[in-house]
Design a binder for this molecule. Structure first.
Ligand SMILES: [Zn+2]
Length: 73
């Protein structure tokens, strides 16, 4: 399951959320607003997970993409 970075458009809080389904609605952890924007993070909290970061392995044929599932495959 991918973990995404979100930023609340209401209060500006940023947080990470584990999202089982890509289209799940996410609420701000601080204020509960549903107006949150998914961030394309340039760093990954999963970096320490190494090759295990890609849960299925099927999205990383080259081993260089989407530690957070951002490629959508
Ligand atoms: Zn908020």
């Amino acid at each position: 399951m991918p973990i995404f970075d979100y930023k609340c458009e209401k209060c500006g809080a940023t947080f990470e959320k584990l999202v089982p389904h890509a289209d799940d609605k996410v609420e701000c952890e601080k204020c509960g607003s549903k107006k949150v924007a998914k961030q394309l993070s340039t760093f990954s909290a999963s970096v320490n997970d190494g090759v295990g970061a890609c849960a299925t392995g099927s999205c990383c044929p080259t081993g260089t993409c989407c530690p957070n599932g951002a490629c959508g495959l």
